[in-house]
Design a protein around this ligand. Sequence first.
Ligand code: HEC
Length: 207
Amino acid sequence: MRAYATILAAAALGASLSTAALAQDAAPSKAEVDAVIEAAFPGIDAEWTARLTPDATMEQCNRFANLPPDDVFEEIRTRAAGTIVYPDDGVLMGSWENGETLAQSGYGMRFSDYPPRRETGGNCYACHQLTPQEVSYGTLGPSLLGYGKLRDFSEEAVKATYEKIYDPHVALPCSMMPRFGTNGVLTIDQIRDIVALLMDPASPVNQ
Ligand code: HEC
């Protein structure tokens, strides 16, 4: 969610920053950027203000423009791995049907979604191709068509997929993908359903 807030803020910022850049002929300082971001969201409540503050991982990714040196890379990876909570029963796959509903849903955590009126979605199609039936999808992330089949439906791949969705920085520090588990966007059950969408042999992703 913090990354999302940053994207929103960056979009809102575009105009004022380019004016500043022209006037000063130099990149704005961090303090200047922070001040413009603060000013872009007047009168928001504490929950939203908190989203504007980068946590340790976002701060490091920002500082190194998403290309941190090896030691910081490993620090981010270790921190991300430490946040992952596994289901008590050890079952990492739920229902691919629910997973498809969640992958389609962009509901939740936007200004207009308060107070929440239904469950938050994963909005996976905003960045990925998943099932062949859905032809409307974004391409910021790679296509996930045939994801489980390409990985022989292996147990290790199921675990890696659960971790990827829970916190993508374990596999790739400074990933552009949201941290669905770590940031409390999706519950463990919802993540299991999305893992099934990718890894269940019966899922349309793998047909
Ligand atoms: C804001 C865009 C965005 C959203 C939303 C998003 N992803 Fe991603 N995802 C990415 C990007 C970019 C990558 C490639 C970089 C990486 O691996 O972290 C990626 C990588 C992945 C990978 C690893 C692909 C591989 O080749 O190993 C999986 C699996 C994945 N995403 C699943 C999901 C699922 C499931 C959802 C919804 C719950 C989702 N993503 C939502 C951007 C996104």
